[in-house]
Design a protein around this ligand. Sequence first.
Ligand SMILES: [Zn+2]
Length: 72
Amino acid sequence: MAYRLSCPCTELLYGRTEEEMVEVAAAHARDVHSREYTAAEIMFMAISVPDSFLPDDLRGNPSSDPHERTSP
Ligand SMILES: [Zn+2]
């Protein structure tokens, strides 16, 4: 199960796992809004969605770090 968070700035944020959702949303809040959110606050705002809702660049790519692994 993946997660989606609809930010008040209309940005849609996605995470494949709870950890990734928290990471992505915390980074967005920090970079774009200069705000800090706790994991609990983020997960309160996030909704769970089927994996098929994820954008293509997140689906079928088990590594979240593009520098970690290069696909053929
Ligand atoms: Zn935002």
